[in-house]
Design a protein around this ligand. Structure first.
Ligand code: HEM
Length: 178
């Protein structure tokens, strides 16, 4: 996972729990915790940090990953405002993630690990985002989508009827625009 993801996690913990808590979390994992945005670090290190934050705050890891996704959207979009400015609606933005934004991410960062999204649009105001990734970070994806919905001031519901964590080979994230 790229250092930028760790940078945003650090920002979130410091905002919510303070610098002391972040230092204690790093100590619990016995890591230095200095992350360069464009460098890659082991996914296990991120999952370990999430585990320590969960233990310290007593927030279930899944809830934490979802909340982190929302905060990650803010962190990534602040660092790359051009992607948000290019789209005026949430639906347009979500449809640009796979074919525009993550393509640009491949030019900005060396060998990023990105998921695969396929889209299906329904007449009844829903957008299906079919997620595939060996990292199975569908809950993070849900959080990122909620973060984007907040930014575009658009009310949504997300259904997640098919999930890689329940043995499927992909996740279906159905975004309903209310
Ligand atoms: C709703 C919008 C977005 C969704 C649903 C989304 C989805 C994801 C997910 C789920 C991951 C984790 C990796 C995986 O699952 O395999 C990821 C990684 C990433 N995304 Fe996106 N993304 C969104 C917007 C953005 C934006 C606006 C940027 C801006 C640059 C961005 C840049 C990145 C980067 C840098 C990574 C980390 C790659 C790595 O660690 O190697 N994403 N994205």
């Amino acid at each position: 996972m790229k250092g930028v993801v760790f940078n945003v996690l650090e920002e979130m913990v410091i905002e919510q729990c303070g610098m002391l808590a972040w230092n204690e979390i790093l100590e619990a994992q016995e890591i230095e915790g200095i992350y360069t945005a464009g460098e890659s670090y082991p996914d296990e290190e991120l999952f370990g940090l999430v585990g320590s934050i969960s233990a310290k705050t007593e927030i279930p890891a899944e809830t934490l990953v979802g909340a982190f996704g929302e905060r990650l959207f803010k962190g990534l979009s602040e660092r790359n405002p051009v992607f948000i400015e290019a789209e005026s609606t949430l639906k347009g933005f979500l449809k640009s993630v796979h074919d525009v934004i993550h393509i640009e991410v491949r030019k900005l960062y060396e060998n990023p690990n990105l998921p695969d999204f396929e889209y299906e649009e329904d007449a009844d105001n829903t957008l299906l985002m079919r997620y595939r990734s060996p990292r199975k970070l569908c809950i993070l994806a849900e959080g990122l989508i909620r973060g984007a919905a907040y930014h575009y001031d658009t009310a949504i519901e997300i259904e997640h009827p098919v999930c890689m964590h329940k043995g499927a080979d992909h996740c279906d994230l159905i975004v309903r625009f209310l």
